[in-house]
Design a protein around this ligand. Sequence first.
Ligand SMILES: NC(=O)C1=CN([C@@H]2O[C@H](COP(=O)(O)OP(=O)(O)OC[C@H]3O[C@@H](n4cnc5c(N)ncnc54)[C@H](OP(=O)(O)O)[C@@H]3O)[C@@H](O)[C@H]2O)C=CC1
Ligand SMILES: CC(C)(CO)C(=O)C(=O)O
Length: 298
Amino acid sequence: MKIAIVGGGSIGLLLAAFFSEEGQDVTVCTRTAEQADAINAHGIKYQAAPDYSKIHRVSAARVDAYREVPHYAIICVKQHRLPEVCSVLQSSPIFRDSTLLFIQNGMGHVDTLRSLPQNNILVGIVEHGAQKENHHEVRHTGKGKIKIASFRGGIDKAFWGRMITGSFRIEGKDRLEFIMKEKLVVNSVINPLTSLFRVQNGDIEQNSFLTELAKLLFKETCSILGINETTDAWEHVLRVCRSTAENRSSMLIDVEEGRQTEIEAISGYLLKLAEGKGMDVPYTRFVYFGIKALERKK
Ligand SMILES: NC(=O)C1=CN([C@@H]2O[C@H](COP(=O)(O)OP(=O)(O)OC[C@H]3O[C@@H](n4cnc5c(N)ncnc54)[C@H](OP(=O)(O)O)[C@@H]3O)[C@@H](O)[C@H]2O)C=CC1
Ligand SMILES: CC(C)(CO)C(=O)C(=O)O
C-alpha cells in the first residue's frame, strides 16, 4: 500500500520506519524541503535501546510538493498544526480517496475532522515513546500499543491486523470514544507532570511523591470524563509510565525546546468540560496554568 506520513517528527519517523519494515511504500510528507532532502539522502535511521539500529530507505517530499495518491495518509503533526494540514487535506485532489488516520493526543481535534470530505477517517492513539534525534533519525524509547477506531466509514481490520513487527502492532477497535478517553486519562497525568518536574515518564512511578500527584490528577480526570476510577484504569496509567520509562513525554520536549505544547488539547479540553458541568478541578487547573506559564517563558 502507498502510505503518506504527514509530519516527520518523533512519531512520524517512527511510523515511517515501522511501515517500511512491513514492506509498505512509504513517503514522509515534511514541512520543510530541508528535512525531505535529508530523508531522501540518508533514509530513516531507526534506533532502539540498547544497540539496535536500522536504516529504512523511504522517500520524502515537502507536503505541498507531494504528487502521489496514497491509500492511507497518517497525520502525525501536533494538534495545533492540524488546521493547516486539514486545509491541504480538504483542497488537494491527491488525498480525496485516501483513508486518513489521525494519531494526536488529546480530544480537541475530533470536532475539526467533521469538516473533512474524505469518506474514511480513522482516529488512533499511540502508547509508544519516540524521540526524533534529527531530521532523519528516531529513537524508539518505549514500546506500547497503537489502537485505532473509525471516526467515519469502515476500518480494514485485516490490513491493520497484518501490520505486526515483534511487539509493534496496530489493534483495530470498535469503540472510538473509549480508546480516546483512556488515552486522555494517561496524557492528562503523564504529560503535564513530566513537563512541570522535568522528569522521564518512569519517574512518575519511581518517585512516590510524584505518584501521589499523579493519582490526584487521575481521579480528577476520571470524574470530569464521567468514567469509573477503577484499579485497572490506574494500573493502565502506571503501565504506560513503565513501558515508556526512559521517554521524555512529547510535552516535555516541547517545553524544553520552547515550543507551543498540546496543553490546550489535553488539560484545556478537560477544564472546559469541567466548567460546563460546574465542577471545581483544582489539580487540572494547576497543571494547565503551570504549563501555560512555562510556554510564556520561552
Ligand atoms: N513523541 C511521543 O512519544 C508521542 C507523541 N504522540 C502524539 O503524536 C503527535 C505527534 O507528536 P510528535 O511526533 O512527538 O511531534 P513532533 O513535534 O516531534 O513532530 C511534529 C512534526 O510535524 C511537522 N509539521 C508541523 N506542521 C506541519 C505541516 N503543516 N505539514 C507537514 N508537517 C508539519 C513538524 O515539522 P517541523 O519540525 O519542521 O516543524 C514535525 O516534524 C502529537 O499529537 C503527540 O501528542 C503520542 C504518543 C507518543
Ligand atoms: C505515551 C506517551 C505518554 C509517551 O511519552 C505520550 O503520549 C506522549 O509523550 O505524548
